[in-house]
Design a protein around this ligand. Structure first.
Ligand code: CBF
Length: 826
């Protein structure tokens, strides 16, 4: 199986005048405007359309090549794809960024202004969705036959506004004025059944046959988003399904005056792809979410089978050679019984043969151990929406229980633990169990996480099927997360190690020998300084205040969740504030703490933490006694395009989750790649980052997983820390006053309550002192300019492991068994 490192020979050659002509042509012929009237939005659309000419040609060639070679392909099923903006990425990957820049320049237009016009495609919540986007970038770059499948949400993740310090959610409108990249494919529309009942029939040979009579049918309309590989050779697609009513408009009802009733079915059907669930790591528990999951899985499976049948007709024997499906978390797990239904009920294969196919097609990635995020559906709900699937799940479970009984005869306790069905007041279907049982490989996303998946989450499954549970450490695409977002650093790196590092990130190790070189240190830190100035300008524009770019830029960007512990950072900021108030000469290097985070709308405490950060920020930023040394900036509406501005400017990367809770993290990789030094716990991929950069180039603090477990087992008492550490006590008590919320005492008290009265589930207080000491070490290290520059350079140099190309190579070689299929010129 091959997943060789690709070379950077390009497939597209178009010069500046041709590009210019193409943009102007689209301004005239696609948009019906001209150079004198066009605003930046029109220039953006015209530039995208000019690019789309190259893109479409790439898609055509790629699909033809894959078809002619009858390739095995991976199908990446994910309820989330957090793509961000595409123009700059596509220009970079086609090698046309400079060409476009010069062409637009000659037209009197600034490419960077045009790029700002593009709305982010925010069809995901956080790490899981962004990982999917990085993976499809790597798959195309490595010329692997692949297709991403997901949902064409009308509204992606909400737009966050901050009003009076509090998060307000506004609808996201990524395609309100049309999206120039997506291509509708009405020729591949699919129909999906829902509700109804199952009829049992007896065939001539005594074979029992099941027929599902659905109560409702919806249409799935595919929209293809191009995924341009670096070098522009392979252009794969991300296929997103939009739901539409399958029925016609009911004229009779309409004419009889039922204006609303005539539309009801349409509205219901279209609701399916209306919104992305803004819940990152908690079960939404809503019928609609289950329907969303089934809708996109059913459409995608039909699409895969249609393509397979075009080449192989009704011969199912080659299906497992051609098709592998990666389940990105349990969200698409319903695809397992759906494939069984198609094989048994429609194709009339016998159960064993169908199951043999199924369990060689699916592989499953687990992304979290948080119990509240492990999806379970009430059996009753499945019975109503997908009655035949529930029957199939019962049958899978029945046969599986027999296997369990062979291994652990008579052990009912083990059966209860492994059963897909959780018995209790309400019977629940455990989607994680279904995914493990129905897949041939199961992986966690970082070494520690995968170990915990084996030890704590699925220990018996590991005993039953040794080798099935494995690890693939996450990665990030260096094309977006260094080359495109940090052009100044990229150019500096090109000069030292050559320009092909975006395809072979281990080449960055070549920087290590310059880590102690004063000239290179100066150049490296000058780039950082420029990036800090750009971010300072963004802060000024967004929040209205200045920040000192000589200060340490300390960045924490991720979803807001208690386990990620933004409130640990907040307590420390308050403590610094207090130290400065008590002693104006308190010796610290100036620091700007910069946050970006969205909280799930229904997650009260997470929203309280955002409010508290903003209220503390207001006070500190306006307090002349301290604001030369301390500032806090909470940038609203954290998203991919904002991350692209924040990451290159960071000096310090905050990765401070409770050990054992963050499965991997990928922001940690992006920040380190751009020369930020991590302060973090031994959690997720932080551990592997520490192994790569070495102990001298990272600030590790806090309890380990084992210590967390011991402390919890011995009866953790947060009040002990409160009474023992006067600083902790002072800042927690401060939260209860109206110091930060004049006239509203107690407005921030919920944070104190969660940490003291509600047991401090994530051990913030237990880790506080170690965190505060580690921050003092950061301060000391930063003041030693040479030491810091060396640390920053080594962080960049040692991030080779974390390219998503390496993750994909691991999947390809160990799980998917795929071959690259190069797309040639012409
Ligand atoms: O594996 C990608 C990311 O997934 C999550 O965001 C998730 O949604 N479960 C995890 O929380 C991250 O640790 C992980 O990096």
């Amino acid at each position: 199986m091959s997943a060789k490192k690709p070379n950077v020979e390009r497939n597209v050659t178009i010069n500046k005048s041709e590009f210019k002509a193409a943009v102007v042509k689209h301004l005239h012929c696609t948009l019906g405007t001209d150079e004198n009237k066009a605003n930046n939005h029109a220039w953006w659309k015209a530039t995208c359309s000019a690019m789309q000419e190259q893109v479409l040609e790439g898609i055509r060639k790629t699909q033809k090549t894959h078809y002619l070679n009858d390739t095995r392909a991976v199908h990446y099923f994910s309820a989330e794809f957090l793509m961000g903006r595409l123009l700059s990425n596509n220009l970079q990957n086609f090698g046309l960024f400079e060409v476009a820049n010069d062409a637009l320049n000659e037209l009197g237009v600034s490419l960077s202004d045009v790029l700002e016009e593009e709305p982010d495609m925010a069809l995901g919540n956080g790490g899981l969705g962004r990982l999917a986007a990085c993976f499809i970038d790597s798959l195309a770059t490595m010329e692997l036959p692949a297709i991403g499948y997901g949902i064409h949400y009308e509204h992606g993740l909400f737009r966050q506004e901050i009003q009076g310090g509090a998060q307000i959610e506004r609808p996201d409108s990524w395609r309100d004025y049309g999206n120039p990249w997506e291509i509708c494919r009405p020729e591949s529309i699919q129909e999906v059944s829902l509700y109804g009942y199952v009829e049992t029939k007896y065939g001539e040979n005594g074979r029992i046959q099941k027929e599902w009579h659905p109560g409702h049918i919806v249409k799935g309309i595919p929209w293809d988003i191009p995924v341009v590989g670096y070098g522009g050779k392979t252009v794969n697609v991300l296929r997103l399904w939009q739901s539409k009513s399958s029925g016609y408009f009911n004229w009779d009802v309409f004419n009889a005056g039922g204006y609303v009733d005539a539309q009801v079915e349409n509205v219901q059907a279209e609701t399916i792809s209306k919104v992305l669930y803004p819940n990152d790591e908690t079960e939404a528990g809503k019928e609609l979410r289950l329907i969303q999951q089934y809708f996109f899985c059913a459409c995608s499976l039909k699409d895969i089978i249609r393509r397979y049948k075009r080449a192989h007709g009704d011969d199912w024997s080659r299906f497992i050679d051609q098709v592998v499906i990666q389940l990105n978390d349990t969200h698409p797990a319903i695809a397992i019984p759906e494939l069984m239904r198609i094989l048994v009920d429609r194709a009339e294969l016998d159960w064993d043969r169908a199951w043999g196919i199924c369990t060689k097609v699916f592989a499953y990635t687990n992304h979290t151990l948080l119990p509240e995020a492990l999806e379970k559906w009430p059996a009753r709900m499945l019975e109503k929406i997908l009655p035949r699937h529930l029957e199939i799940i019962y049958e899978i479970n029945h046969r599986f229980m027999k296997e369990v009984d062979k291994k652990w005869p008579g052990d009912n306790a083990v059966k209860a633990r492994l059963s897909i069905i959780e018995e209790g007041n309400e019977k629940m279907v455990r989607m994680g169990h279904l995914s493990v049982i129905g897949s041939f490989a199961v992986n966690g996303v970082a070494e520690l996480h995968s170990r915990l998946v084996k030890q704590n989450l699925f220990p018996e499954f590991d005993a039953l099927w040794p080798g099935k549970l494995t690890n693939v450490t996450n990665g990030i695409t260096p094309r977006r997360w260094l080359k495109a977002c940090n052009p100044a650093l990229s150019k500096l790196i090109d000069k030292k190690v050559g320009a092909d590092w975006p395809l072979d990130l281990k080449k960055l190790e070549g920087l290590e020998k310059y880590a102690g070189n004063k000239t290179f240190q100066k150049q490296f830190m000058q780039v950082k300084q420029q990036n800090k100035q750009l971010l300072a300008a963004e802060i000024k524009e967004s929040l209205g205040f200045d920040v000192d770019t000589n200060a340490i830029f300390d960045v924490q960007i991720k979803r807001l969740h208690e386990y990620k512990r933004q409130h640990l950072a907040l307590l420390h900021i308050m403590a610094l504030y207090r130290r400065l108030l008590e002693n104006p000469d308190y010796d610290m290097h100036p620091r700007v703490f910069i946050f970006g985070a969205k909280a799930a709308p229904g997650y009260k405490l997470a929203k309280d933490i955002i409010y508290a950060i903003n209220k503390v920020a207001d006070k500190i930023n306006n307090d002349a006694r301290v604001n030369q040394k301390l500032k806090v900036a909470f940038l609203p509406n954290y998203r991919v395009s904002l991350a692209e501005k924040m990451i290159p400017a960071a000096d310090v990367s905050e990765q401070i989750s409770t050990a054992g809770k963050e499965a991997s993290g990928t922001g940690n990789m992006k920040l380190a790649l751009n020369g930020a030094v991590t302060i973090g716990t031994l959690d997720g991929a932080n551990i592997e980052i520490a192994e790569e950069v070495g102990d001298d180039n990272i600030f590790i603090f806090g309890l380990t997983v084992d210590e967390v477990n011991e402390l919890k087992a011995s009866g953790y008492k947060p009040y002990d820390y409160y009474y023992k550490n006067p600083e902790i006590k002072a800042v927690l008590d401060w939260l209860e006053t109206d110091y930060f919320t004049p006239g509203k005492p107690g407005a921030l008290a919920s944070i104190k309550q969660s940490l003291l009265d509600h047991g401090d589930q994530y051990l913030v207080l237990a880790d506080y002192e170690a965190y505060s000491k580690a921050q003092e070490e950061v301060d000391k290290a930063y003041r030693d300019k040479e030491r810091w520059a060396k640390m920053a350079i080594i962080n960049t140099a040692k991030m080779g492991k974390f390219t998503s190309d390496r993750s994909i190579r691991d999947y390809v070689e160990r799980i998917w068994k795929l071959n690259a299929c190069p797309v040639r010129k012409g």
